[in-house]
Design a protein around this ligand. Structure first.
Ligand SMILES: *Cc1c(COP(=O)(O)O)cnc(C)c1O
Length: 392
């Protein structure tokens, strides 16, 4: 059976460009980038070339890019690093209720260390209101951390507006841009961010590698202590193959950004319109326009998302309910609750996240299979029976 993979917000396949760039680093170019000899210098060259590539994709300077083990580490470093470096100035952090757990759980941990955190609500589309950010700032505020695009519902935040407010109040601004980088244009100056997180495996690079952008002059403590790597700021021997793969993947993603987005949006909108039209008692989660080009998130009343996923999997279609990190737990998604969905509707939600390797034929197949599965599940649902009974 031909499998249809539509779970690209969880992870992506490694692109041929990334793989080709990585292979020599597992062979001849295996050196330690800190070694003096030419094997080491070759690795160093590949490392610094990757740093320049990533910097240019973000309109940053190469010496503002630090390699990490992924989006989670970048978020932890940015938030904890900024919190502890600015502790004398204040102890207040502003974030939103719909951040990734890498941000939310870090903030919750900081609360136990004596910091105070404001978790801003979002509107029904998942948008943070910049006026709310401004109103939450006090003379104790040291950090604002708001994501660029949500991993579950795809909502794109008004990052530049929030950045302007942060700058005017001289508060550090961190942005988890893990879902945005490689998907929409990202420019650290246009956005006025001081720190920005990205992750290789979300844009067809390898897993276990990411980067943190730190604007020159920002007060941020180091996170990993040890050797002198990453200009004394992040110890451990650099994962050169992964870094090189990530840079190649990002270069390719950014070179084709608009063309790719056009193709994705056509497939996305055909899926959304088709599913809303074919299946009654269905709603789109997130914003219709301010939305990642590859994100579909739909709630179906009267069914369980998990049951839907298993049936889709049997039909060869990989999707997700809520976010991959919370699947396995029975709590409904914090993001869907924050946009105001009642528990039972949040439970019946499906995320399909596309990549430009998906095809129109695959979209056709999903539009054919999914309505049948929803119908089968509803026919077995006591809630649906009850609803039909009450609405005769
Ligand atoms: C995937 C993701 C992360 C975590 O990235 P890892 O590299 O898997 O640690 C953080 N934030 C967002 C928005 C994500 O989508």
């Amino acid at each position: 059976m031909n499998r249809i993979y539509m779970d690209n917000a969880a992870t992506t396949a490694i692109s041929p460009e990334a793989l080709a760039a990585m292979l020599p680093c597992f062979g001849q170019n295996f050196g330690n980038a800190s070694s003096i000899h030419s094997t080491g210098r070759d690795a160093r060259k590949a490392l610094e070339e990757s740093r320049r590539t990533i910097a240019s994709c973000l309109s940053a300077k190469p010496n503002e890019i630090y390699f990490t083990s992924g989006g989670t580490e970048s978020d932890n470093w940015a938030i904890k690093g900024a919190a502890f470096a600015n502790r004398k100035k204040g102890n207040h952090i502003i974030t939103s209720q719909i951040e990734h757990h890498a941000v939310l759980h870090t903030c919750e941990w900081l609360e136990k260390q004596g910091f105070e955190v404001t978790y801003l609500p979002v509107d029904e589309f998942g948008l943070v209101n910049p006026a709310d950010v401004e109103a939450a700032i006090t003379d104790k505020t040291i950090l604002i951390t708001i994501m660029a695009a949500n991993n579950e519902i795809g909502t794109i935040q008004p990052v530049a507006e929030i950045g302007k407010i942060a700058k005017a109040h001289k508060v550090l601004f961190h942005c988890d841009a893990v879902q945005a980088v490689g998907a929409i244009p990202v420019n650290v100056d246009d956005w006025n961010v001081d720190m920005l997180s990205l992750s290789g495996h979300k844009f067809h690079g390898p897993k276990g590698v990411g980067a943190l952008y730190i604007r020159t002059g920002s007060r941020v403590d180091n996170f990993m202590h040890g050797g002198a790597q990453e200009r004394n700021r992040r110890a451990t021997t650099e994962n050169v193959p992964a870094i090189v793969g990530m840079a190649a993947a990002l270069f390719h993603a950014c070179a084709n950004l608009e063309e790719k987005a056009c193709k994705l949006m056509m497939m996305r909108d055909r899926l959304i319109e088709g599913l809303l039209k074919e299946i009654p008692h269905t709603r789109l989660n997130g914003h219709a326009m301010k939305r990642l080009p590859n994100n579909v998130n739909i709630s179906f009343r009267f069914i369980e998302g998990e049951a839907l996923l298993l049936r889709l999997d049997l039909a060869g279609i990989a999707g997700s309910s809520g976010s991959a990190c919370t699947s396995g737990s029975l709590d409904p998604s914090h993001v869907l609750l924050a946009i105001g969905l009642p528990h039972e509707i949040a439970h019946g939600s499906l995320r399909l996240s596309l990549s430009d390797t998906n095809t129109e034929e695959e979209v056709d197949e999903v539009l054919k299979v999914l309505p049948q599965i929803v119908k089968t599940l509803r026919d077995m649902s006591p809630l649906y029976e009850q609803y039909l009974e009450e609405n005769k």
